[in-house]
Design a protein around this ligand. Sequence first.
Ligand code: CTP
Length: 407
Amino acid sequence: MEPTPGVLQGRRIVLGVSGGIAAYKAIEVCRRLVDLGAHVVPVLTEAAHNMVGPTTFTALASEPVKTSLWRDADPIPHTTMGQGADAIVVCPATARIISDLRTGRSGDLLSATLVATAAPVVVCPAMHTEMWEHPAVEDNIEVLRRRGVVIVPPEEGRLAGGDIGKGRLADPATVVEAVVGLFTPGPLAGRRVLVTAGGTREPIDPVRYIGNRSSGRQGHAVAAIAAALGAEVTLVTTSSLPPPDRVDLVEVETAAEMHDAVTAVAADADVIVMSAAVADFRPASSADQKIKKSGGPPVVDLEPTVDILAALGRVKSPGQVLVGFAAETENLVDNARDKLVRKGADLLVANDVSAPGVGFAHETNAVTIFGSDGSVRDVPLTDKTAIARAVLDEAMARLPDSESADQ
Ligand code: CTP
């Protein structure tokens, strides 16, 4: 979508250009940011000067190019720029500047400015595939993501030297969209979303448990999209998947721990998405020591767990949207409709986990979303991020508008 003209009016953006072949594309990013009203301060590393001429940036940006910590009239250009910036975008970002930002190393003007700012930072990596996939770079990116740095991932395509692969700088329009996104409240801004994910593990003894095949991928995708749409997100999960950016993570293992964690925040949530596969039964007691084989096959007595979704359905506050999931292997429509009513949910996301490409172990899913108002929406096989977006779209459509929510 084309950004609204003037959307960056009055915003001071430091455009950091590091020394990658893709530096020439930063010229287009600079022009687009200025066209949208931004005051653009271009900072080129020494290496970037080998790739592009500073004159072009100086001509297109709002200030002349800066490169040195020492040759500026201002004795502390990095703090002046870092403090004054509304955002810093590093485009292209080499493996070196990414590493500097991760460690806080501040050996040149751009890296020092990045350390001297509290403004949001957008990093647009561009490098050869081998470098992008190196564990050091992957690790650095992961840390930056967790700190809230917006990463605009590189794309597949032609790289320097004629190689083809992942590592090409994202399209200038995508980079600019990420910058604009920093200043545009998402449709879930000001809303609290609680998501559960993964399968619970109910201990039999200190080394064994009763579990299930849920990976947590679908719930983590819901949390990630909700955060990207501007919500304040709490993710209660049993999964060891990397947590999405900008979510409060609560790690749990058992149904009882999940129940406690959910109960602690549920009353304040505008949307609750119960995508976790919660055990229905747990061992009535867990042995203190590992059960030995010599004692013969053990008898494990089970007792029911609390049905968290049904409990939430009973105390649902007005305006709160409660979403359940159901993994079925037969009679999907009847089972889903029954669960929707029985558990007091507003939406029930049902999938037939016996279908190809659907459910636990897959990156993809296909669901039908049933509404308590009788609505039925089919989402055919797609990635779990698209499913997450469809589920949140349905939830958002049922939220009272902000004015009435504030009352
Ligand atoms: N759920 C829950 N607490 C439980 C069990 C399930 O909150 N103890 C939630 C799940 O997170 C999911 C929904 O209930 O959102 C559906 O779970 P499911 O296991 O399919 O439902 P059951 O009530 O167990 O129904 P059945 O055994 O008949 O399939």
